[in-house]
Design a protein around this ligand. Structure first.
Ligand code: ATP
Ligand code: MG
Length: 655
């Protein structure tokens, strides 16, 4: 089935050559692949020179104790200096670093010179609060400039930060504070969400009553919403504006070892309980800086970059904070949701700031498809020149829609595969080099080694599928799972010897290009055939009545697993239409072959997603198999599961 269905996908495949103008002036050309192939470590040593080191490294990779890597170990640098001060020293202090757009419409543009002053003051404030090099600081903030300033202030003084997404509950916050043993929490009174102020501080107060959070001695509170009635614990709570504003604007950054911890970040929990991923300084910054330059073709003098992720996810860490700022970019930071106060808000922002590079997630693209083409059509999006996608496999249908309706059928789309664990982009087209294929992340970046293997660790030939693995260490790789080296070994390095197992299924097409097929845990076994959830979902989404689909395999006495699909219909389609389910089944059968026809298809209003917008198939599998739900702490809205459970007839009662 795998090969046939891939052939089917490829039949309809369209290819898009890079625009000639972009290719002619591209930051990175095809030569980079050759150069990295000839001398991989030399290639990364050269990329490390993008940064300003206080002590330049002489050593590139120490892999003497695999899989515990050290990159550039004898070098010393300061991350905040690289992201802020050096741009000011180079005469770019007046360049805007951040155009902030608050959800209520308040705005603030911060130049690199101002950012330097703000970060220095915040660093001085943390020092006054007794934060020392190595202390962990939890950051629980909305998408406001203080989130970026706080991260850079921590980096500046060598205090690893642990961001917790502002939408998480007190419980999720408490577990993460406990696991990282944080000493300080930086939060806000609240943030704006869907037109209303939404409080944050009460969740911190509640979290700090939980066991394991006793070591938190200060809570630094940004005033964002100005809500009255903010509960206050004297001696522990401090207003940001009171302590930060009175600090000196000067702070001399200290250089830290390249392997000094930069941050801990918990994975989004799509496949299970979140893991505290540890990233360090020199290798991480090298790779995020290089990939941001290469994959988005960033020209700092003229581009306006916008990554729509939350700073609380790895995408926000690497492509809102460390990648763009280390490259001296001008970028947009938007606090709110794409449909507040109207469904054209994002496109209004693109038009307003002349955004040239947009980086977002398939879940957002599918939502925009559902809302309709007429919405982006009302805005001038002609400034856009590169579009990016990350977070999930992007269905070919959504990819083509994105290029056509947002990119005017002109801009390259780069589908970037990576993980919290990889720290930076790993597999992606290069916009000035690669002939793109909708739905495929295609090739490992220069200096990155990825392949697809079978159960016995043999590389599969072109045209077949298996498991995605990384075969060489890379600079921004995770160094371990915080406090749990054994789990690091077990999760990533035990499935295949000497290879990093990403947990994702993938295929190589006839050209050797990589197609991501979703989590290995999600692959279905139907009558002896491995069927990927991604392919069936993409087939469903290619039907004009379907906006979004999630597919799982549920235990079945006859076929081992039976394909169960949950679909969100496009606006205006009647869910009660008697022929709909059969029509969709037939459509999938035609696209992928009869074996891939879902046994059951259920139209639903919402799908369970993580807070970062990824579909949580494991919960749907629990429902489809009548089990109690697994870990739901990272689920956006638990009522979604009740609705779905209520709609689902008892397993086996249908054809
Ligand atoms: P957990 O590991 O806790 O289950 P998670 O894997 O969702 O959470 P992240 O690190 O945010 O946490 O997500 C990385 C995963 O997202 C990848 O392993 C892959 O499954 C998916 N992914 C990211 N980008 C892409 C992409 N471009 N194409 C396909 N899949 C992608
Ligand atoms: Mg993962």
């Amino acid at each position: 089935m795998s090969n046939e269905s891939l052939a089917n996908l490829l039949k309809e495949e369209r290819r898009f050559a890079p625009p000639a103008e972009l290719a002619a002036a591209a930051n990175v050309t095809a030569e980079a692949y050759e150069q990295a192939k000839a001398d991989r470590l030399g290639f990364w040593a050269e990329q490390a020179r993008r940064l300003s080191w206080e002590t330049a490294p002489t050593e590139t990779l120490d892999w003497s104790n695999p899989p515990f890597a050290k990159w550039f170990a004898d070098g010393k640098l300061n991350v905040a200096y690289n992201c802020v001060d050096r741009h000011v020293e180079n005469g770019n202090g007046d360049r805007v670093a951040i155009h902030f757009e608050g959800e209520p419409g308040d705005t603030r543009s911060i130049t690199y010179a101002e950012l330097q002053r703000e970060v220095s003051k915040a660093a001085n404030a943390l020092i006054e609060l007794g934060v020392e090099t190595g202390d962990r600081v939890a950051i629980y903030l909305p998408m406001i400039p203080e989130a970026v300033i706080a991260m850079l202030a921590c980096a500046r003084i060598g205090a690893p930060h642990s961001l917790v997404f502002g939408g998480f509950s007190a419980d999720a916050l408490a577990t993460r504070i406990h696991d990282a043993d944080a000493r300080v929490v930086i939060t806000a009174d609240g943030g704006y969400r869907r037109g209303k102020p939404s409080a944050l501080k009460p969740a911190v107060d509640e979290a700090l009553t939980r066991p394991g959070t006793e070591n938190v001695r200060s809570v630094l509170v940004v005033r964002r919403t100005g809500q009255e009635d903010v509960a206050w614990t004297e001696g522990r709570d401090v207003w940001w504006h009171e302590i930060v504003e009175r600090q000196s604007e000067a702070h001399t950054p200290e250089a830290f070892d390249a392997e000094h911890p930069l941050f801990i970040l918990y994975t989004s929990g799509t496949t299970g309980k979140p893991k505290g991923i540890l990233h360090t300084t020199g290798g991480y910054l090298t790779q995020v800086s290089y990939t941001h330059h290469a994959v988005f073709d960033l020209k700092p003098e003229t581009d306006v970059f916008w990554c729509t992720a939350d700073v609380g996810w790895v995408t926000g860490h690497s492509y809102i904070v460390y990648g763009p700022l280390s490259n001296g970019a001008t970028e947009v930071l938007y606090e709110g949701t794409p449909d507040t106060p109207h469904q054209g808000r994002w496109w209004e922002i693109v038009q307003k700031y002349g955004v040239t590079i947009l980086y977002t997630a398939p879940t957002a693209i599918r939502a925009c498809m559902k809302w309709g083409d007429d919405i982006p059509a009302k805005f001038d999006l002609s400034s856009l020149r590169v579009l990016g996608s990350v977070g999930e496999p992007i269905n070919p249908e959504a990819w083509v829609w994105y290029r056509k309706h947002i990119g005017a059928d002109r801009t390259p789309v780069v589908d970037t595969w990576w993980q919290t664990e990889t720290g930076g982009i790993m597999i992606s087209p290069l916009p000035g080099v690669t002939e793109t294929k909708p739905g495929s992340a295609q090739v490992a970046l220069p200096g990155i080694a990825a392949t697809v293997v079978d159960d016995d660790a043999n590389e599969v030939p072109d045209g077949s599928g298996g498991y995605l693995v990384l075969t060489e260490p890379w600079p921004s790789m995770l160094r371990t799972i915080w406090g749990d080296d054994q789990r690091y070994l077990d999760t990533y390095w035990s499935r295949f010897e000497n290879r990093y197992f990403a947990g994702d299924g993938a295929k190589k097409d006839e050209d050797g290009d990589i197609w991501l097929l979703g989590r290995v845990d999600d692959v279905m076994l139907v009558s002896g055939h491995n069927i990927s959830t991604t392919e069936v979902e993409s087939a469903l989404v290619s039907h004009p009545k379907v906006a979004e689909a999630a597919v799982v395999g549920a235990t079945d006495p006859q076929t081992t697993q039976a394909i169960c699909a949950f679909v969100i219909l496009r606006g205006g389609v009647d869910a009660e239409d008697a022929g709909l389910v059969e029509e969709l089944r037939a459509h999938v059968g035609k696209q992928l072959g009869p074996i891939a026809k879902p046994k059951r298809i259920l139209p639903v209003a919402e799908l369970p997603k993580t807070r970062s917008g990824k579909i949580m198939r494991r919960l749907l599998r629990d429902v489809a198999e009548n089990r109690t739900l697994g870990d739901v702490t990272t689920l956006t809205d638990s009522s979604v599961m009740d609705l779905i459970q209520a709609k689902l007839p008892a397993a086996g009662s249908e054809d």
